[in-house]
Write a protein that binds this ligand. Sequence first.
Ligand code: KG4
Ligand code: ZN
Length: 343
Amino acid sequence: MEALLAIETSCDETAVAVLSPEGILSEEVYSQSEHARFGGVVPELAARDHQRRLPSMVHSVLSKAGLNAKDLVEIAYTHGPGLAGCLLVGHHYALGLSLASDAPLRGIHHLEGHVMSVLIGTDYATWFDAYQALCPALVLVVSGGHTILLAVREGAYTYLGETADDAVGEVFDKIARLMGLPYPGGAKLSAHARQGRPVYPLPRPMIQTRDASMSFSGLKTAAAQLYHQLGLDGQPWGQAHCDFAASVESALVDTLMHKITQCADAHELHTVAVCGGVAANQLLRERILRWCAATGRQAWLPHPLYCGDNASMIGVAAWIRRATGMPVADAAIRLRARLLWEG
Ligand code: KG4
Ligand code: ZN
């Protein structure tokens, strides 16, 4: 049986997985928690932790899969975008293992991995069958670093648009931090939002534009101002905090829904997928499912376990690239995403 090893170290998750063309043979994800006390990821600490953990994690997934490095047909790793030191650790480890085992290396774009996460857990015989069923699709990648809309067709990506400034996950995290919630606060803010009602007015930025361009920094600033105006700063947690959280979440999700519906119509795409850390957001998932059901569209959402960073999604992307003969990351997805992330 053919198998490949996948390595993901772009940010604060060390993740490794072994996959066949049909499924995941073994996988591990370690989420670094030491960044919480700094209120954000400290790149140097993250890179050093990847370096510490990667060898034993790779050993562990290979032995759980009953394989050794010589059995691998390929080693896939995240080549970017991400934190430079963290990516270097993953790349060099993969390179060393490739030299030692003769398994060829394949760099995978992190966002392409997120796109492919929607194929995990579906009941198609192979990853490629699932990919063919997905395409063509409108895909929103919504994470801590990116908010980007793509049209995904077999063998190609078309860039439609992205945020000009903050990513949606970043807004969730920054507002959560303002409210005193530990990093990364997106899921915690959302949990509080479920106890509240979206009673406070906040803008839905750029919904009047008929394209996929987005911007979230104005909404973030408006939310921060509202928080202070409401006098919630330093107050004991109460209903108003939950209502505020619900108002922020609702403004973000409304704006995303607006962009998704507009793009799906404009590009006549009847399959819609959402992926990346924020795809775990309950309200966003409910809204997508409801809208797809109402308009006869198909929704593809990753299992919540595969919304965040993981190596299986990198492995799936590698299998799809092998199957379609796509050589390296597609320029449309690579160039645009790198511009924002790497500055
Ligand atoms: O894709 P990801 O794991 O890492 C990046 O590549 O950025 O995404 C992490 C982001 C964080 O901003 C986190 O707060 C956010 O996803 N997130 C959520 C939820 N779960 C994770 N945001 C809103 N609601 C959630 N349930
Ligand atoms: Zn990610």
